[in-house]
Design a protein around this ligand. Structure first.
Ligand SMILES: Nc1nc2c(ncn2[C@@H]2O[C@H](COP(=O)(O)OP(=O)(O)OP(=O)(O)O)[C@@H](O)[C@H]2O)c(=O)[nH]1
Length: 191
């Protein structure tokens, strides 16, 4: 009973209780994917052993599977990711908003994912991470730089089933701020 409550708490907290999904964390190296995976793990008492792989991590909580892939120049990760992406239900794309020099590279990576036919109807949550750093750009600046001015809406579910939902949430994974709202939004987009 205690375990059941625990799962309810964690998945309820991130808006994914009773959902079944494969969620993938993507982004350049150093964006914060591993830190986010660890934050989830720390909140979870019993998880399947993570798959140890230099470029891919995996955890499972009940019916939710989280995978993280590095896309920052790792050929092996890209190959693994390509084998995997036809079955993905949601993408969480993490951007280091304090690393202004790499925002353009992040944008290119995001755009190439957004143009993938296989991901045409997959919801995308863009997490602008590291807002605790003084170099961090604002949400407005991030949206401008990354061409994300028109998004679904933070309280919305995409109205047309054909249209992909996409939204930006700013966060500091280190300070455990902001990403919960992002997960809750992604929870709403899943069936
Ligand atoms: N200030 C700050 N640092 C953060 C935050 N999130 C992650 N970091 C730091 O950013 C660095 C990279 O984080 P990782 O989680 O390893 O990033 P990654 O995307 O998994 O990167 P690779 O493993 O290199 O692909 C680490 O030193 C983290 O401690 C944050 O919210 N704020």
């Amino acid at each position: 009973m205690f375990l059941v409550n625990w799962f309810f708490d964690v998945l309820g907290w991130i808006g994914l209780y009773k959902k079944s999904a494969k969620i993938v964390f993507l982004g350049l190296d150093n964006a914060g994917k591993t830190t986010l995976m660890h934050m989830l793990k720390d909140n979870i008492m019993q998880i399947h052993e993570p798959t140890l792989h230099p470029t891919m991590e995996e955890i499972e909580i009940e019916n939710i599977k989280f995978n993280a892939f590095d896309l920052g120049g790792h050929k092996e990760a890209r190959r693994l990711w390509r084998d995997y992406y036809t079955t993905v239900d949601a993408v969480i794309f993490i951007v280091d908003v304090a690393d202004q020099e790499r925002l353009e590279e992040s944008k290119k990576e995001l755009n190439s994912l957004l143009s993938c036919e296989e991901l045409r109807s997959v919801p995308f949550l863009v997490l602008g991470n590291k807002i605790d750093k003084k170099e961090a750009v604002s949400e407005e600046e991030l949206r401008t730089i990354m061409d994300l001015s028109f998004t679904t809406g933070k309280n919305e579910k995409s109205k047309n089933g054909e249209l992909r939902s996409i939204e930006v949430f700013m966060c500091s994974i280190k300070n455990r701020m902001g990403y919960k709202e992002g997960f809750q939004w992604i929870g709403k987009q899943l069936k």
